[in-house]
Design a binder for this molecule. Structure first.
Ligand code: ADP
Length: 300
C-alpha cells in the first residue's frame, strides 16, 4: 500500500573528545553501526506501525547492505524492490563530541546510483501503491521520475531533505509537501519568495507554487497543515514528551502521515496521528530503534 522510494545508509558513529585538526589523528570510542538513511527510516517506521510497506532503494553488495536489508525485514518491510550492487552501500561517518555535537561526512554510494531507469523498471510496484513517499537523499532525476511514474489516484508525499531546488512538476505533484522550518525557508528562497515569519505564511507561500497540500513540522510544537482545496492553516499540536533524541523523528512523522493518508484519512486526521508517532520517537535513543508500534501510540 505504501511505497517508500529513498536512501539507505549505514550510520557509523564514533565518540571523540575533540575533532582532529587537518593532518591529525585522534582516538575515539568503539564504533557503533546503525541502519539509517531517510528512505530506510521511513519504511521501518511505517512497517512498525503496521503499514504494508515496500522499500525501493539501492544498497551495495556488502556487509552494510546486508545490515540494512536485515533491519528492513525485521520490521516487516517488503525488501523485494531493493536493488543490490553497483557501488558500496551509502554511509554516514559521524563523530560525536562530548557536548553532543555531530560532524558528519556522507558518502552516498549506492544511493547515488538509484536511477530513473530503476524507477521505470518498478512500474508494477507503483501501480499497486496508494501512497508513494520520497525524500532527496537520492538523485533529483530519480525523484522527478518517481513523481511521473505515479498511477492516477496515487498520492505523492515528498520531504525535500536535504533541501534542493525542485522542478515545478514535482512540486505540483506533492500532496503533501512535508517540510521543517529550515526546508520551508530554503525552498521559498530558491523560488525567490520572501519567506515570512510564521509557519502559516510559509505554508501559504509554498501552496502558491503548486503543491496540493503542505505540512510544516514544528518540533515540539507539532505541525501545521494547509490544503489548497480549502481551509487556511490548521495547527496540529504534539503531545508533550521528554525529548531524549530527536534523530529520525521527522522520518517517523512523515511515514505515519503517508500511511494514514493511504488509509483514506484526511490530512488533519493523518497529521494528528503522525505527531503522536513523532513524539514517541523522540522519547527513545536512535532513529529506527526509537520507532513505536501503533499499540504504543494507542492507535488501532
Ligand atoms: P525534523 O526532525 O525533520 O526537523 P521536526 O523537528 O519538526 O522535524 O520534528 C518532526 C516531528 O517530530 C514533529 O512534528 C513532532 O511530531 C515530533 N517531535 C520532534 N521534536 C519533538 C519534541 N521535542 N517533542 C514532541 N514531539 C517532537
Amino acid at each position: 500500500d505504501l511505497v517508500v522510494v529513498g536512501s539507505a545508509n549505514a550510520d557509523l558513529v564514533v565518540g571523540v573528545e575533540r575533532r582532529p585538526a587537518p593532518g591529525e589523528t585522534v582516538l575515539g570510542s568503539d564504533l557503533v553501526v546503525h541502519p539509517g538513511g531517510k528512505g530506510a527510516n521511513q519504511a521501518v517506521a511505517a512497517a512498525r506501525l503496521g503499514a504494508r510497506t515496500a522499500l525501493l532503494a539501492r544498497v551495495g553488495d556488502d556487509a552494510h547492505g546486508r545490515l540494512l536489508l536485515g533491519s528492513q525485514r525485521e520490521a516487516g518491510v517488503d525488501t523485494g524492490p531493493v536493488l543490490v550492487g553497483g557501488a558500496p552501500t551509502g554511509v554516514a561517518l559521524i563523530t560525536v563530541d562530548p557536548s553532543g555535537d555531530n560532524s558528519i561526512v556522507v558518502s552516498p554510494g549506492a544511493n547515488a546510483r538509484l536511477t530513473p531507469q530503476d524507477i521505470r523498471a518498478a512500474a508494477p510496484l507503483f501501480a499497486a501503491a496508494r501512497v508513494v513517499s520520497v525524500q532527496l537523499e537520492i538523485p533529483l532525476d530519480t525523484v522527478a521520475e518517481t513523481a511521473r511514474a505515479l498511477a492516477p489516484g496515487t498520492r505523492l508525499v515528498l520531504n525535500p531533505s536535504p533541501p534542493a531546488p525542485l522542478p515545478a512538476d514535482v512540486l505540483a505533484a506533492c500532496d503533501p509537501l512535508v517540510v521543517n522550518e529550515h526546508e520551508a525557508r530554503y525552498i521559498l528562497g530558491i523560488l525567490g519568495q520572501e519567506a515570512g515569519d510564521t509557519p502559516e505564511e510559509w505554508a501559504g507561500a509554498l501552496l502558491g507554487h503548486g503543491p496540493r497540500s503542505v505540512v510544516v513540522t514544528l518540533g515540539a510544537e507539532g505541525a501545521l497543515i494547509a490544503d489548497s482545496r480549502g481551509g487556511g492553516g490548521v495547527r496540529v499540536p504534539s503531545p508533550k514528551v521528554e525529548a531524549v533524541d530527536t534523530t529520525g523523528a521527522g522520518d517517523a512523522f512523515t511515514a505515519a502521515l503517508a500511511w494514514r493518508l493511504g488509509r483514506g484519512e484526511s490530512l488533519e486526521e493523518a497529521a494528528a496521528f503522525a505527531v503522536r508517532v513523532g513524539a514517541a520517537a523522540v522519547t527513545r535513543e536512535g532513529a529506527q530503534a526509537s520507532y513505536p508500534t501503533a499499540e504504543e501510540v494507542g492507535a488501532p
